[in-house]
Design a protein around this ligand. Structure first.
Ligand code: MN
Length: 196
């Protein structure tokens, strides 16, 4: 066996509630609407909501795993129900800095979609229901979307430790598709503000 050239990491046991996704021992990072209001298509609705109450849109865990290719970063992600205009609550979404790295998400509770797109223009939406795992392929930006009117969407994720996060590309360009409510159901439509 090769000796590890870098850090020695001790085994870690962490609790995540199977329904809420929250931990009794770790603190999540929180994203409120004001931190991502410009990502929603209906800018007036976003501004009005922030003025009324700066809604908690999602939270997630960064476990501080070393950023090496031999490590596996993991945690849970909780996206709360709600809409901005007719667009469902979502995470900011990101590419991995190392594009050729995949990720796995396992849905613990709630329902929604993983929206994905690659730099070549392909996009996909995979359904999240409890017990289903979504494999996000290498090169695909990914964003969780909660389409339940009442339940949080809770997933457990794992990805290579060296992947890194590129939030800037999505912050600048957006995703090609939006997930909006049409006739009471989720629909994926072109994002009018998408920038090539
Ligand atoms: Mn990721």
């Amino acid at each position: 066996m090769n000796a590890s050239p870098t850090t020695t990491v001790k085994a870690v046991v962490t609790d995540f509630d199977v329904t809420t996704g929250l931990s009794n021992t770790k603190a999540p990072l929180q994203r409120r609407l004001s931190a991502m209001a410009d990502m929603y298509a209906d800018q007036e609705a976003a501004a009005a909501q922030v003025a009324q109450e700066d809604t908690l849109v999602y939270e997630f865990f960064d476990m501080g795993v070393p950023s090496t290719s031999g490590d596996v970063a993991y945690g849970t992600s909780i996206t709360y129900p709600g809409k901005v205009g007719d667009e469902y609550h979502m995470t900011k979404g990101h590419f991995h800095e190392v594009l050729d790295t995949a990720e796995i998400y396992y849905c613990l509770s709630g329902r929604g979609y993983m929206l994905m797109e690659n730099p070549e223009g392909d996009w996909q939406a995979a359904e999240f229901t409890p017990g289903q795992a979504v494999y996000v392929p290498r090169r695909y930006a990914h964003r969780s979307i909660n389409v339940s009117p009442t339940e949080p969407l809770v997933t457990f994720f794992a990805f290579p430790g060296h992947a890194g996060h590129d939030y800037g590309t999505i912050e600048t360009k957006g995703f090609r598709k939006l997930c909006v409510e049409r006739d009471g159901k989720p629909a994926f439509v072109d994002n009018p503000r998408w920038q090539a």
